[in-house]
Design a protein around this ligand. Structure first.
Ligand SMILES: [Zn+2]
Length: 133
């Protein structure tokens, strides 16, 4: 497990270094959770363009064109739904709420317990908002 994580970090670092050198540009956002979805979306759009081109040059029958187009549009809808779901999940994660009880204040993000109310969790560093009942 530890080896796998170490390998992953090493590969990530190498990829990061290579991409920075190749482009010679600052990375916009190295680990965006939307990146793979954006890539899938771009790939689907490209497939749609290719499909349209092949249809126009007469490589595809009407039936094939309509079926493939429908499949791609369905796939696109799935990706867009996934983006929405991910956005909703991320927004939810930002609204970190702390549960106050007699034992202290709990960080909802990591479960750490504190005697006093803190602005930021001392364990995970996430902002702690107190939920008022
Ligand atoms: Zn925490």
């Amino acid at each position: 497990m530890t080896i796998a994580i170490a390998a992953l970090i090493a590969v990530g670092a190498i990829v990061f270094i290579l991409t920075v050198r190749a482009k010679d540009l600052p990375e916009p956002e190295p680990v965006s959770p939307f990146q793979h979805l954006d890539e899938r979306k771009a790939a689907i759009y490209e497939n749609l363009r290719d499909l349209q081109f092949e249809y126009r040059v007469g490589k595809l029958s009407d039936q094939d064109y309509q079926n493939t187009k429908k499949d791609l549009q369905r796939e696109l809808a799935l990706v867009l739904a996934e983006v929405d779901a991910l956005k909703a999940r991320l927004n939810g994660a930002e609204q970190v709420v702390v549960q106050a009880n007699v034992n202290g204040f709990l960080c909802v993000s990591c479960g750490a317990k504190f005697e006093k109310q803190l602005k930021f969790c001392g364990e995970c560093g996430k902002p702690m908002k107190v939920a008022r009942a």
